[in-house]
Design a protein around this ligand. Structure first.
Ligand SMILES: Cc1ncc(COP(=O)(O)O)c(C=O)c1O
Length: 458
C-alpha cells in the first residue's frame, strides 16, 4: 500500500504494503530517508499518529522507530519528537553550481549573468510580505496570459521613465525571459507567413537556435563599429541589440537608428529590440529605446535576468498593436498562465523604488569592476565596446595565441571565459578574442579572478 501520513504536518509518500508487516514498514522508512524524501532533522509522526494513519498497532510503530534509532536512521530525545538523524543524510545530488553550459571553475568570468550574491533578498522579502498582506484572494486565480495587470502597469511607467518606451499596459506581455519572448515572437511571425529572421553577425547562437526551433530560417547581418549594417538587411524581421551590441559592445550609431526605423517603416519590416542590459550604461545617460521612434514597427524586449537574476525567468515585450491578439492566441495555445505572485512582487519593487535603488547600486558596482578590468589588462589586449553592461570583448593583437588556445589555457587555470568565435554566423576569418563577463564573481572573488585572468593574458 502506498500511504501518506497526514497527521504529522508532513505529507510523505511511504511505499508500504501492510502484508509486509513490521519489517516492511521499517524498510519503507529507511528508503524514504535514503532517497531524501525525509530529510535530516525532519520530525517523524508520533507513534500514536502513524499507527492511526496506517491502521496498525501502536506497538508495531514503536518497535520500528526503536529499530531505526539503533541503526542510526532516527534520533530520539527525551520529551521531543523523534527526528530523522543528521548522520544518515542521504547523499543529495550536488546543488547545481551555475548555468549548465558554464564550466565548473574557480573563477567564473563567463558572460551573461549578474553577481548572483547581490540579489536584493531583503527587498524581495519585504515586497513579498507587503503583497501577501494586501492582495485580494482573486490574485490566486488564473490570470490574463499577458501577465498581471499590476505588473504591466508598473512596467509601463518604469519603461517610459527609464528607457523612453511607449508602453501602454495593454500591449505589454510578461514572459519567462528574453529567450522565451523570442521563441514566442518567432512562432507568431511564422503563423503570419514570415519564414526568415535576421540576426546581428555576431550574436548569441542560442537565440538563433531558438528561432530555428520555431521554424524560422536564420541569417546574419554584419555589425561594424557603428552597429548593424542596416543597408544589408534582406529579411522581413531583424533581432538587434541597439543599446549595447552583444557581444561586440558597440552602440547603434544615431544615423543607423534613423536608417533602421526608415527601413522598417518603408518595407513593413519588424525590428525586435533586445534591450537586455539597457539599465547599465556607465559613462552617460543611456540612449533611449529605439521602440519610441516607431512603436508599430519595433517590438521592445526587456528582461530581469541582468538587473535581478536569471532565475527570475521574467521578461517583457512591448508589442505593436497588431501583434497583441496573435501573441495572446499563441500563449493560449501553449497553455501558458503566468506566475502572478512573482509578478506582483516585482511590481511592488518597481512601484516602491526598491528596483531602481538596486539597479543604481549595481550600476555603480559593475562600473567599478569594468574600470578595474580595464586598468589591469596587459598591453596589446584591446577592450572593445562602450562603457556599459556586464561584459567586455577583449581582442587579441596579431600574432597572439588563438582564442581557442586562450580558452583552453583559461580552463586549465580554472577560469571560464567565452570565445568570440562561437558568435559568428558567416564562415571565414574573424578577429580573435574572448568575451568576458565581469559581473558574475561575488565581490570577494572578483579581484583574484581578474588577477588570474591578467596572468593568463600576459
Ligand atoms: C544578448 C542577450 N539578450 C538577452 C538575454 C537575456 O535572456 P533571458 O531573459 O532569457 O535570460 C541575454 C542573456 O544572456 C543576452 O545575452
Amino acid at each position: 500500500m502506498a500511504d501518506s501520513w497526514s497527521s504529522s504536518g508532513w505529507d510523505v509518500h511511504l511505499d508500504w504494503d501492510p502484508e509486509t508487516g513490521r519489517q516492511g514498514l521499517a524498510d519503507a522508512l529507511r528508503k524514504a530517508i535514503r532517497e531524501g524524501r525525509l530529510t535530516p532533522g525532519t520530525a517523524v509522526p508520533s507513534t500514536r499518529a502513524l499507527a492511526k494513519d496506517l491502521g496498525i498497532a501502536r506497538g508495531t510503530v514503536t518497535r520500528v522507530y526503536s529499530d531505526l534509532t539503533v541503526e542510526g536512521f532516527l534520533r530520539t530525545t527525551q520529551g521531543a519528537p523523534t527526528r530523522v538523524a543528521a548522520n544518515e543524510a542521504p547523499a543529495l545530488p550536488d546543488q547545481q553550481r551555475t548555468a549548465p553550459w558554464v564550466p565548473d571553475v574557480r573563477w567564473d568570468l563567463f558572460p551573461g549573468r549578474p553577481d548572483l550574491s547581490s540579489f536584493p533578498r531583503a527587498a524581495w522579502v519585504s515586497a513579498t510580505r507587503r503583497v501577501m498582506q494586501d492582495a485580494p484572494a482573486s490574485v490566486f486565480d488564473y490570470s490574463d496570459t499577458r501577465g498581471s495587470l499590476v505588473l504591466r502597469d508598473a512596467l509601463s511607467r518604469y519603461l517610459a521613465r527609464s528607457r523612453g518606451v511607449q508602453a501602454d499596459p495593454a500591449r505589454i506581455v510578461v514572459t519567462g525571459g528574453f529567450g522565451q519572448s523570442l521563441f514566442l515572437l518567432a512562432r507568431v511571425l511564422y503563423s503570419r507567413g514570415v519564414r526568415e529572421l535576421a540576426f546581428e553577425d555576431p550574436s548569441l547562437p542560442e537565440f538563433r537556435q531558438g528561432a530555428a526551433g520555431a521554424g524560422m530560417s536564420t541569417v546574419g547581418v554584419p555589425v561594424d563599429e557603428r552597429g548593424v549594417r542596416v543597408s544589408e538587411i534582406d529579411s522581413p524581421a531583424l533581432v538587434v541589440t541597439p543599446a549595447h551590441q552583444y557581444p561586440l559592445g558597440v552602440t547603434l550609431a544615431p544615423e543607423r537608428r534613423t536608417e533602421l526605423v526608415r527601413w522598417a517603416t518603408k518595407t513593413g519590416g519588424l525590428v525586435i529590440e533586445d534591450d537586455y542590459d539597457g539599465e547599465f550604461r556607465f559613462d552617460r545617460q543611456p540612449i533611449g529605446a529605439l521602440q519610441a521612434l516607431a512603436p508599430e514597427r519595433v517590438v521592445y524586449a526587456g528582461t530581469a535576468s541582468k538587473t535581478l537574476a536569471p532565475a527570475m525567468r521574467i521578461g517583457w515585450l512591448v508589442l505593436p498593436r497588431a501583434l497583441v491578439a496573435p501573441m495572446r492566441a499563441e500563449l493560449h495555445s501553449l497553455g501558458w498562465r503566468p506566475p502572478t505572485l512573482d509578478h506582483l512582487v516585482l511590481a511592488e519593487m518597481l512601484n516602491s523604488g526598491a528596483y531602481d535603488r538596486h539597479v543604481r547600486q549595481r550600476r555603480l558596482a559593475y562600473r567599478r569592476r569594468r574600470d578595474r578590468v580595464l586598468a589591469a589588462l596587459p598591453a596589446g589586449i584591446t577592450p572593445v565596446g562602450i562603457s556599459a553592461g556586464l561584459h567586455l570583448l577583449l581582442r587579441f593583437p596579431p600574432g597572439f595565441r588563438s582564442e581557442r588556445e586562450v580558452v583552453a589555457q583559461a580552463l586549465r587555470a580554472s577560469i571560464a571565459v567565452d570565445p568570440l568565435g562561437r558568435y559568428w554566423i558567416s564562415p571565414g576569418v574573424h578577429p580573435q578574442g574572448i568575451v568576458l563577463g565581469y559581473a558574475t564573481p561575488a565581490e570577494h572573488a572578483f579581484g583574484p579572478a581578474v588577477e588570474a585572468l591578467t596572468n593568463l593574458l600576459r
